[in-house]
Design a protein around this ligand. Structure first.
Ligand code: FAD
Length: 446
């Protein structure tokens, strides 16, 4: 039977293992994971630290159960240090002992690592990244033993914002520092402004256009580029991630211009017996067809399906990623899909933009709340390139419809003609998305 080795046992690795087992009952599957946990719910970690998820076990899939359910071998604390492509084997280290394992097919899902800048005065005892269960446990342990009252979060991306919300929920006084003009680079400025405002309303001390320069006082005073200082008992470092490509580089596999492992439409690296997926790979953007690096759970799961389809002899090719994303920031839902203005400008693609404020449902029915929406689309054909939706209610649904429309290559006229279902509790007789479509059609006629 075929020997399949998977490096990395979480988002992409665990999923591809399970997916392959569905169609291949005989392959010998070995999952090698350098940390202590496989198939854990990384996306839930901020909510455990915030106290909403109270049972740590709910985030963790026991190793033995996982191995048994999918009839495979799991090795945790197994750090893969080398790929021998000629011999088709990998070397891994477990508790300081070196092991070798042979493969017919090798699948790399090593993820990415948080960027931890070399900042003067940084104390590892109170400055933490959040990527693994071990990181989460370190933070929780620090909180339990030191009873900190204040936290600084460096980086206003997804993880930074989720941690700001979570720690605030737990009673911390929080400062958030971002070097850009506004939080969430994914969202254009005109829309992101609503997030910044909301963060301030919720009592977060927000420092934008600013960066962390150094720490003093045992890591509890943070000095910013603007010369402002922040006092914080603990700091969460969430300034970004870097794909884990050392193994691939060492093995001579090609790395793309975005820094991710280069793969074809079947997730095959430049060695046809080695596949790669997840945060470590470079993907193709669905709209621009340009290389992109999109570190989200959906692509990892889709890529797992693409690999298992290929291995089972029914190849389905990847048609590009649009990068739909969603997160909650206190009472707001912030959702985006496809391109934004900035990425279109960077790619020199001509576009038109329509932006409006609507309401989640009929204004006369209680609970109706503002809903800010933006779309960007082809200046000539009206084909949708992307959009973002921010609001207190119903933002998730509007973004999901936009994502579907982008994938279906629909135009703004199509958006106006979608029948999305109406009752005053859920929408208007014209859904806000229909109105957005009509507005965009008018703009194109001008
Ligand atoms: P991972 O899931 O990180 O798995 C990679 C694994 O490979 C790691 O466990 C690592 O230890 C192991 N590894 C690396 N190198 C080696 C080696 N040499 N030998 C052995 N093992 C190795 N995405 C969303 O879409 N929505 C969300 O809400 C969301 N929330 C998130 C919240 C947090 C706090 C984090 C950290 C991520 C979140 N993500 C979210 C991102 C999502 O979790 C990732 O995109 C997804 O897990 C990627 O899967 P992966 O397999 O590439 O990487």
């Amino acid at each position: 039977s075929k020997k399949i080795i998977i490096v990395g046992g979480v988002g992409g690795g665990a999923t591809v293992a399970a997916q392959i087992r569905r169609t291949n009952k005989t392959a010998e599957i070995l999952v090698l994971e350098r940390n202590g946990y496989v198939s854990f719910a990384n996306c839930g970690m901020p909510y455990y630290l915030g106290g909403t998820i109270t049972d740590r076990q709910k985030l963790i899939y026991p190793e033995e159960k996982f191995a048994q359910k999918y009839d495979l071998t799991v090795q945790t604390h197994a750090n893969v240090t080398k790929i021998n492509r000629e011999q088709k084997s990998v070397v891994y280290e477990k508790y300081k002992t070196e092991h070798k394992a042979d493969y017919d097919i090798l699948i790399l899902s090593p993820g990415a690592s948080p960027v931890l800048p070399d900042i003067a005065g940084l104390q590892q005892s109170n400055t933490f990244p959040l990527r693994t269960i071990e990181d989460m446990d370190n933070i929780e342990q620090f909180i339990q033993s030191n009873n900190p009252q204040s936290a600084a979060i460096i980086g206003g991306g997804f993880i930074g914002l989720e941690m700001a919300e979570s720690l605030c929920h737990r009673g911390f006084s929080c400062s958030l520092v971002d070097r850009s003009e506004h939080v969430l680079k994914r969202i254009d400025k005109e829309m992101a402004i609503h997030i910044d405002e909301h963060l301030q309303e919720k009592g977060i001390a927000l420092y934008v256009n600013d960066g962390l320069k150094s720490f003093s006082d045992n890591g509890t005073t943070l000095h910013l580029s603007s010369d402002k200082t922040i006092q914080a008992d603990m700091t969460i470092m969430a300034i970004g991630i870097k794909p884990n490509t050392e193994l691939a580089i060492d093995a001579g596999l090609e790395i793309g211009e975005t820094g991710g492992i280069k793969v074809n439409q079947y997730m095959q690296t430049t060695d046809p017996t080695i596949f790669a997926l997840g945060d470590a790979v470079e993907v193709t953007d669905f709209i621009t067809r340009e290389p992109a690096h999109i570190a989200l759970a959906w692509p990892a799961h889709r890529q797992a399906f693409i690999i298992s389809s290929f291995l089972s002899g029914n190849p389905i090719s990847d048609d590009g990623i649009i990068g739909s994303s969603i997160l909650r920031v206190f009472d707001l839902t912030v959702a985006a899909t496809g391109q934004n203005k900035q990425t279109l400008i960077d790619n020199e693609i001509a576009f038109e933009e329509t932006i409006m404020k609507g309401y989640s449902h009929a204004a006369y029915y209680p609970g109706s709340k503002e809903l800010w929406m933006q779309i960007v689309y082809d200046k000539n054909t009206g084909q949708l390139f992307g959009g973002s939706v921010i609001g207190f209610d119903g933002a998730d649904k509007r973004m999901a419809v936009l994502a579907t429309a982008i994938k279906g290559k629909l135009t703004v006229a199509d958006l106006a003609s979608l029948e999305l279902g109406y009752s005053p509790i859920y929408s208007g007789a014209k859904d806000p998305l229909n109105i957005l479509g009509y507005k965009a059609m008018e703009q194109l006629e001008d």
